[in-house]
Structure formats: structure tokens, C-alpha cells
Design a protein around this ligand. Structure first.
Ligand SMILES: Nc1ncnc2c1ncn2[C@@H]1O[C@H](COP(=O)(O)OP(=O)(O)OP(=O)(O)O)[C@@H](O)[C@H]1O
Ligand SMILES: [Mg+2]
Length: 317
């Protein structure tokens, strides 16, 4: 296996089996997936024809929201979906930036690493492919807010590194309109305002609604049913799923998937063979996890992911 360039944690050609699962199994509000694909397709196909000054298009989508609400899964899934949609036009490269590999204790080193990534590494990838999708997961580590930079975090370096990100992004975006950046954050306040302002679309991810929770339980059970077919009837029992979904109110998507695991492992028999899992097992597990949630920090409930509008004035889905 060849070593990846500094600051990059994954690089694959799309469509890829590695990313195949993400999109299909993600439960988002009706229409949002299609809207995201349309946005990405438009950006990759047409941004180069349009004046950046007159459209303010940057080729950057930002997914913001609490942990476990599907932001990273959505970004990976969208990359794959857009590559499939554009397959007739040419190949798509997919790159994941590791923002944590860039900061350094050495003054000026973060800035140099960031500049190298944006001025050299990514343009080299972009030059070899028709389209490139770049995921910057946890972008707050990459473009830390200069306003919030505290003195013990070496503020001079935060300023320089964030300035380098913004300058590098602007140059890359202008020179390579066939690059689309997807960024995620669960601490939007820690992301530099100038980066948020550059996003063509900001999508706010929320904890799933009860109906979406039921769909996530259904999908998780369906995955188990591939190995234990006796679970198929339960995975299709809409009234059982609805009851469990109701009990998951307020939980994030990650926690909801874990309800199924908690239910399976609550009894010795189901741990060894989940075939005899019942709706009562699921309801008990969901109730227990919901109670733990209430003791800890609560996620904002309801609504599911939704777009909150965009600096370019594109309507929210
Ligand atoms: N809306 C959803 N539909 C289906 N599955 C979901 C949803 N939200 C979260 N999940 C599941 O929860 C897990 C975590 O999702 P993901 O890593 O995308 O969350 P995240 O928002 O990026 O979290 P973090 O902020 O902690 O990085 C995945 O297994 C994913 O399948
Ligand atoms: Mg994530």
C-alpha cells in the first residue's frame, strides 16, 4: 500500500464499495438527499462556467449538528451518490482530509502543512481526475475560529493556519471548479465565521423524528435479518417499529442504532442467537437508553436534518 500524502487519511476512486452503504441506509427528511445530489452535481458540472464574483459559489457544503446525527455518513454517501450520477461525464476522486494531522506545536508549521495540502497535494489530485470530492470532517480543527482563539492555544498560529485555509480554499476553488468540498462540524461556533460564510449550502443536522427513528430501527434490524432471517417479520412489523421509534424520541441516529444492540445483548439467549429478539426487548432497551440520555447531556429533539438556507440565497429544501 502506498503512503498517503501528509494531511490525507483516505483517497479512493469513486464509485467505491467502501462507501456504497452510506447513502442508502441514511434516513433523512424526504427530498433532502435528492436536493444534496442536485446541488453537488450542479456545482461540479457548472461552477467553472460562472463568475465566482457574481454567483459567490465556492464549491463548499457544510453539514453542522450534534454528534451522531449522520453528518459524516451523509458526506461520504453524497460523494458516492454524486460520483454515480456523474459517471457518464468522467471519474471522481474522493479524498478525506485529516484535519488533526495538520496542527503543530511549532510556530508556523500548521500554516505550512495546510498550505502544502491546499496549494500542492489537492491540486495534484484534482488535475488527474474529471471531478474531485474532498471531505474535511470536523472542520473546526482545520479552520478554527480566529475570534475564539485563546492565548494558551497559540493564537498567532491559529490565525495563520486559518488564514492559510481561507486563502488556499479561495485559490483552489478558483483554479479547480471541478472540486467540491464537503465539511462537517459538531461545534459550529468553533468554525471560523469566514469559512461558514463561504459555504454554498449549510445543512443543519438534528436528532431524527419519531418516524425517522422507526426507519433507523427497521434498517438496523434488516441488517441483522441478513444473518438471522427469523428477524425479518420483526424488521417489517410497522406497529412494533413505531412503538420503538416513539421511545427513541430525542436520541441521535447513532444511539438509535445502538438500541438494537442493547436489546440483543440484554439476554444471554439473544446474545448467542438474536433470532428470538422481541419487540419487548427493543422497548426495554430503548427505555433504558432514553433514561441514560436524560441523565447526560440531551440532544435537541425532533425535526431531523434540514437545510437552514445558504449564503448564496439558494432556497432551503
Ligand atoms: N439520520 C440517520 N439515519 C440513519 N443512520 C444514522 C442517522 N444518523 C446517524 N446514523 C448512524 O449513526 C452512526 C454515526 O453517524 P455519523 O458518524 O455520520 O454521525 P456524525 O453526525 O458524523 O457524528 P459526529 O459528530 O460524532 O462525528 C452511523 O452508524 C450512522 O449510520
Ligand atoms: Mg462525524
Amino acid at each position: 500500500m502506498t503512503a498517503l500524502p501528509d494531511g490525507i487519511s483516505r483517497m479512493v476512486d469513486l464509485p467505491s464499495d467502501e462507501l456504497a452503504d452510506n447513502w442508502e441506509h441514511l434516513v433523512l427528511p424526504p427530498g433532502l438527499k435528492e436536493r444534496l445530489v442536485n446541488h453537488a452535481v450542479f456545482s461540479l458540472l457548472h461552477r467553472g462556467k460562472l463568475s465566482a464574483t457574481r454567483t459567490a459559489l465556492q464549491g463548499l457544503l457544510l453539514f453542522a449538528g450534534p454528534p451522531g446525527t449522520g453528518k459524516t455518513t451523509a458526506a461520504r454517501g453524497l460523494a458516492q451518490a454524486v460520483a454515480v450520477a456523474l459517471a457518464d461525464e468522467g471519474a471522481t476522486a474522493y479524498v478525506e482530509v485529516d484535519p488533526h494531522a495538520l496542527p503543530s506545536e511549532l510556530l508556523g508549521e500548521s500554516q505550512r502543512r495546510t498550505a502544502r495540502l491546499l496549494d500542492r497535494t489537492l491540486p495534484e489530485v484534482a488535475a488527474k481526475h474529471r471531478f474531485t470530492v474532498v471531505l474535511v470532517d470536523e472542520v473546526e480543527a482545520f479552520a478554527a475560529s480566529r475570534q475564539l482563539a485563546s492565548f494558551d492555544a497559540n493564537p498567532v498560529d491559529v490565525h495563520r493556519a486559518t488564514d492559510a485555509v481561507l486563502t488556499g480554499l479561495d485559490l483552489l476553488s478558483a483554479a479547480h471548479p471541478q472540486v467540491l468540498f464537503l465539511a462537517t462540524t459538531n461545534v459550529p461556533d468553533a468554525v471560523d465565521e469566514a469559512l461558514v460564510s463561504r459555504a454554498d449550502l449549510v445543512v443543519s443536522f438534528r436528532a431524527p423524528t419519531r418516524e425517522q427513528a422507526a426507519a433507523i430501527i427497521e434498517d438496523t434490524l434488516a441488517e441483522l435479518a441478513r444473518s438471522w432471517p427469523a428477524l425479518e417479520p420483526l424488521s417489517r412489523d410497522t406497529s412494533a417499529l413505531r412503538m420503538v421509534g416513539d421511545r427513541c424520541a430525542g436520541m441521535d441516529g447513532r444511539r438509535i442504532r445502538k438500541v438494537v444492540l442493547a436489546a440483543v445483548t440484554a439476554r444471554q439467549q439473544t446474545s448467542r442467537d438474536p433470532s428470538s429478539l422481541t419487540v419487548d426487548d427493543l422497548l426495554t432497551a430503548a427505555g433504558e437508553l432514553a433514561a441514560t440520555e436524560q441523565e447526560g447531556p440531551l440532544m435537541p429533539a425532533g425535526g431531523g436534518p434540514r437545510a437552514t438556507g445558504s449564503p448564496t440565497g439558494l432556497p432551503s429544501p
